[in-house]
Design a protein around this ligand. Structure first.
Ligand code: SF4
Ligand code: SF4
Length: 119
């Protein structure tokens, strides 16, 4: 989460991370909340201003922040808990695959994260 927020926002702030780790205790079990870049993206379908666009090159659904009005419909619609509202900026945030080279996958010390295309 720290790599993610630093890459996107130049700050270590878990509420700015696009990937989140959920757990009931420090010992786990741990649940990773991450965007699956769905073929039929519920977040994009729910957006009333069509602010979530598919990047054809990377396969990532990307929030156009200049169009987003911060309504939170996408946050409610995502079945994986992978959309968040950035309350300081009034826009939604989600994983954009870091232009095709996700920092989390590059930096994970145990290589627990990888980027794979499922056809
Ligand atoms: S944010 Fe949720 S609904 Fe949208 S593409 Fe990612 S996993 Fe799918
Ligand atoms: S928060 Fe932004 S991206 Fe999400 S549904 Fe509303 S306008 Fe669309």
């Amino acid at each position: 989460m720290n790599f993610c927020s630093f890459h996107h926002e130049s700050m270590v702030w878990q509420q700015k991370a696009r990937l989140r780790i959920d757990s009931e205790s420090d010992d786990g079990p741990f649940q990773v909340l991450i965007c699956w870049q769905c073929e039929d993206a519920a977040c994009a379908a729910a957006c009333p201003v069509e602010a979530i666009i598919l990047d054809q090159q990377t396969g990532a659904w990307v929030v156009q922040e200049d169009i987003c009005v911060g309504c939170g419909e996408c946050v409610t619609a995502c079945p994986y808990g992978a959309m968040y509202l950035d309350e300081t900026r009034g826009v939604s945030i989600k994983c954009d695959l870091c232009q095709g080279a996700p920092e989390c996958a590059l930096l994970c010390p145990t290589k627990a994260i990888s980027l794979e295309r499922v056809i």
